[in-house]
Design a binder for this molecule. Structure first.
Ligand code: ATP
Ligand code: MG
Length: 251
């Protein structure tokens, strides 16, 4: 197989926060590579700094030390698609207006940005809901809007911060299937953060395990499992158990 092309190189990221008198070390020497077009899962326990790390990758927050290098040049503000942990939709805007937001800021002509937004609204299965407001949607539908909005940036890197964390189990499984379908239709690099081992094994081309604070990347797994993956398969369960054990040790 051809050597994968590196798209992002992250070296030695450290980040701490000053809370009143105390300093809280969150990230300590986080080092990782992201390959072009891979679905990379970052798996870590609650509060270990997953969101902080994604914010640093997106340029929304700065690191104390360390470097983030992009093979195709550092994206400008807003040029990386970001699906937020909480839906972060504008409640006074419709589904369509939320999805076309980025292109509106970019002053893309109305007809063109509408067409693009509708393409992604259809892709996430929200055809017919383009004029609905977020308050009229279920949690799963809101997160579909978040996904459509991230893809509509036309970025070749999409960051997803526990996008299904707030969903019930049934909807979560359904959304995992959907995200894989969307991903095969739209070639992009996805960095997907979760605290759920099963979700990581279901989705990841590669999985990086983060330790507890002060956090770093402690393990890497490359699941040799055919897709679509079944959580009842022997090999799936074996990998899940290995990761669960490693996670216990890493905490
Ligand atoms: N701006 C900030 N100021 C102070 N502390 C912060 C700030 N942002 C994050 N933290 C702290 O950094 C730690 C990591 O936060 P982060 O939100 O990245 O965790 P997480 O892994 O995303 O957690 P979760 O799984 O709950 O989403 C937490 O202890 C949090 O309190
Ligand atoms: Mg988080």
């Amino acid at each position: 197989m051809a050597e994968a092309r590196k798209q992002i190189t992250v070296k030695g990221i450290c980040k701490s926060f000053q809370n009143q008198e105390q300093s809280l070390q969150v990230l300590q020497d986080v080092t990782l590579d992201v390959n072009e077009n891979e679905f990379l899962v970052i798996l870590g326990p609650g509060q270990c700094g997953k969101t902080v790390l994604l914010n640093i990758l997106a340029g929304l927050e700065s690191a104390d030390s360390g470097t983030v290098e992009f093979a195709n040049g550092t994206p400008k503000y807003g040029e990386i698609g970001f699906v937020f942990q909480r839906y972060a939709l504008f409640p006074w805007k419709t589904v369509l207006q939320n999805v076309e937001m980025h292109h509106k800021f970019q002053r893309v002509p109305k007809k063109e940005r509408r067409e693009q937004a509708m393409h992604f609204i259809r892709l996430v299965g929200l055809d017919g809901f383009e004029n609905a407001y977020p308050a009229q949607l279920s949690g799963g539908m809101k997160q579909r809007v978040g996904i459509a909005r991230a893809y509509a940036t036309r970025s070749n890197i999409i960051l997803m911060d526990e996008p299904f964390g707030a969903l019930d189990a049934q909807t979560r499984y359904q959304m995992q299937d959907e995200i894989l379908k969307i991903r095969s239709a739209e070639k992009t690099t996805v960095i997907f953060v979760t605290n759920n081992i099963e979700e990581a094994v279901t989705l990841g081309d590669r999985i990086l395990l983060m330790s507890n604070k002060p956090s770093s990347i402690v393990r890497e797994y490359v699941p040799e499992l055919p897709r679509p993956r079944q959580n009842t398969d022997r090999a799936f369960m074996d990998l899940r158990n290995v990761i669960a054990q490693d996670m216990d040790l890493a905490l």
